[in-house]
Write a protein that binds this ligand. Structure first.
Ligand SMILES: Nc1ncnc2c1ncn2[C@@H]1O[C@H](COP(=O)(O)OP(=O)(O)OP(=O)(O)O)[C@@H](O)[C@H]1O
Ligand SMILES: Nc1nc2c(c(=O)[nH]1)N=C(CO)CN2
Length: 180
């Protein structure tokens, strides 16, 4: 969904973005809450929806603790690069450690989809190259927007069904507040 706004002679394009947040180190719920708050603290990102919290088995073959994952949907006039910088500085401020690929982390923010942009740049691949096979992304996203399409892969609810819900448990006892 794309909307164009004329501001000071510049054409700004509003994109709908889907973000995946995960944590499996420290106070996982607090890490997610801090990340949700920080994402929307600075201007340029408008909150649309937050999924319930899911507890998820680690994906990727590294033996580690279970994650808490959520999906956030927003609208933005930021460029993809600026949104990535914002996400990475939030990860750093939560002292995220990246020792092992796909290993434990206090916070991970992935840009799953940015409008319908497609990019194969290694710094920012869009849509996220592994989102279509990750139940921890697809199941929460499908709950918010079953009919959304993951660009190049199809309907999110169908992809979630194909990925299976095994290892993905909705935790209604864990509450995140939407950003203020
Ligand atoms: N869509 C994207 N969202 C976030 N980061 C991305 C994306 N595409 C490429 N990257 C790049 O991936 C790099 C490594 O990211 P990171 O360490 O978070 O990987 P990971 O979380 O271990 O694995 P994964 O990317 O499979 O979730 C980041 O520095 C970033 O530049
Ligand atoms: N369940 C789950 N597994 C993961 C996750 C995550 O957020 N949730 N993030 C990873 C980093 O890429 C690797 N594996």
């Amino acid at each position: 969904m794309t909307d164009r706004t004329l501001t000071g002679g510049h054409m700004l394009i509003k994109h709908r973005v889907v973000l995946s947040l995960g944590s499996n180190l420290g106070d996982r719920l607090e890490n997610l809450q801090d990340a949700v708050d920080a994402l929307f603290d600075a201007p340029g990102l408008t909150f649309l929806a937050l999924s319930p919290v899911y507890e998820t088995a680690p994906w990727g073959g590294v033996e580690q603790d279970d994650f808490l994952n959520v999906v956030v949907i927003a609208e933005t006039l930021l460029t993809p690069e600026t949104l990535l910088e914002r996400s990475q500085s939030i990860e750093e401020s939560l002292r995220r450690e990246r020792v092992v690929r796909w290993g434990p982390r206090t916070l991970d923010i992935d840009i799953v989809q940015f409008g319908e942009l497609v990019s194969d740049a290694p710094e920012l691949t869009l849509p996220h190259p592994r989102a279509h096979e990750r139940a921890f992304v697809l199941v929460p996203w499908a709950l918010l927007e079953p009919d959304a399409v993951l660009t190049g892969h199809g309907r999110v609810a169908d992809l979630a069904a194909a990925a299976g819900e095994q290892g993905v448990t909705r935790r209604d006892d864990l509450n995140l507040q939407p950003p203020a």
